[in-house]
Design a protein around this ligand. Structure first.
Ligand code: IMP
Length: 427
């Protein structure tokens, strides 16, 4: 193995951090490639909860190098807060992290515009208000500020002044909000340079030379397939590409560098924010999934919408990402359901469709099959054989339908509650 990719396959919040933490044991380098502090990756170690927004969760492993790739949008204030917290906890983020010099920075005017645009929309997206969309759009407009820019004061001032000229007009005249001063933005950037400037480098070169030296790289996705700006439920998506294409663009690695793609998949489905969600459960079922699964956003605290496993969504995610295996998380949350629904396809205007539509998902009515549930608490299970028969049947059924091996299963938030499994699937 040289480079493996761990990717969210649904609407984010699949429990990626826990699986990435597990996979980090075999890696030398862990790299984030897209998104920003909209992500909230939770790892529980010895009962202590760590929530990562920007720093790859690999930082919890001694001796591993962590990289924030060029595709990530970095809020410098949040990143410093996170690094300071990790330092206090005994993890040396100031020495084990590298930050791409081509990554874009998120500044307060972008967060203000994120909030103002949400107020403006009659149909809200429900963004995390972390400035993600405005930052990626400024990148495309070529008025973004990159980490590389912070080292030359005159150039930096020129770039910030240009951005503010446009953004302040927008804030004041379109949204009726207060403008930002050049000095306050420069202060943030200079503080960032002083504290973290030594970590900024050409990470594309670092990653390629590490591969050449035989190092193992793990790429850590944020959000998930259905939130992808190209492949997800537009406009109810994030502004980056969590899918495999984003991993290549956001690191500078090429397709031939990827040796395996692990799709992290929750045993049911959740979504935060607005947008279509065909298998959304109702009433007591939804509430039970939410409560058992502690389905509240780790970045915003919002209750997540919860629903049944969606094979159509997953099949599309497998195709687009080229998944080589699946890690299934939160199987324990399904204990106690008498029946488990699984959507095998959609009916749209009376017609059956077996793909994930880009444009009319709001019209899709799921077609369900029901499987028998199980009562037992499975959080103590340490291998596949220990699971109740109906839990095994659930996994075997999904694997057969998906035609992708389910090789890891997680049955609780703690690090140790993950086991591997030999898949019988021949693909
Ligand atoms: P943004 O990424 O803040 O622009 O939000 C766009 C949409 O993506 C909203 O529906 C958010 O709730 C959703 N979103 C963004 N990040 C995450 C995440 O890490 N997990 C789940 N949903 C997310």
């Amino acid at each position: 193995m040289g480079c493996r990719l761990a990717i969210g396959t649904q609407w984010g919040d699949e429990g990626k951090a826990k699986i990435i933490d597990y996979l980090t044991r075999d890696a030398d380098i862990v790299t984030r490639y897209q998104g920003g502090a909209n992500a909230g990756h939770t790892v529980v170690v010895d009962g202590k909860k760590f929530i990562f927004h920007l720093v790859p969760s690999g930082i919890l492993h001694e001796g591993k190098t962590c990289v924030i790739g060029n595709g990530v949008v970095i809020d410098p204030i949040k990143l410093l807060e996170e690094m300071d917290f990790l330092n206090i906890e005994g993890y040396d983020a100031y020495n084990r992290l590298l930050i791409s010099d081509a990554a874009h920075l998120i500044l307060p005017y972008q967060k203000a515009i994120d909030g103002a645009m949400e107020e403006f929309r009659s149909k809200k997206i429900g963004t995390t208000m972390r400035g993600i969309g405005p930052s990626y759009s400024d990148k495309c407009l070529r008025i973004g500020i990159r980490t590389a820019d912070i080292f030359d004061n005159d150039y930096l001032k020129e770039r910030v002044a240009l951005a503010l000229k446009i953004k302040n007009l927008q804030l004041e005249r379109v949204y009726n909000k207060s403008p930002f001063s050049l000095d306050e933005i420069m202060d943030i950037l200079i503080t960032f340079r002083k504290k973290a400037g030594h970590l900024v480098c050409n990470t594309q070169h670092f990653l390629h030379s590490s591969l050449a030296q035989g190092k193992e790289i793990l790429l850590e996705g944020a959000q998930g397939f259905a939130l992808d700006i190209d492949h997800g439920t537009y406009p109810y998506v994030t502004s980056s590409n969590p899918t495999i294409g984003g991993a290549l663009l956001g690191t500078g690695l090429n397709a031939f560098n990827i040796d395996g793609v692990i799709g992290i998949t929750k045993a049911y489905v959740t979504r935060v924010g607005e947008g279509p969600f065909p298998t959304e459960a109702e009433g007591i079922d939804e509430e039970r999934l939410r409560v058992n699964g502690k389905e509240f956003g780790s970045t915003t605290g919002r209750p997540r919408r919860c629903g049944w496993f969606d094979l159509t969504l997953l099949k599309q995610s497998i195709l687009i990402n080229g998944l080589t295996s699946i890690a299934m998380t939160k199987l324990d949350v399904l204990s106690g359901f008498e029946k488990l629904k699984v959507s095998t396809g959609y009916r749209v205007d009376g017609k059956l469709i077996d793909y994930f539509p880009a444009s009319f998902l709001n019209k899709a009515e799921p077609v369900y099959e029901e499987l028998e549930g199980w009562d037992q608490d499975i959080s103590h299970c340490q291998n596949f054989d220990e699971l109740p028969e109906n839990a095994k049947k659930y996994i075997n059924y999904l694997e057969e339908k998906l035609e992708c091996p389910i090789t890891m299963i997680s049955v609780g938030p703690e690090r140790k509650k993950t086991f591997e499994r030999d898949s019988g699937l021949k693909i």
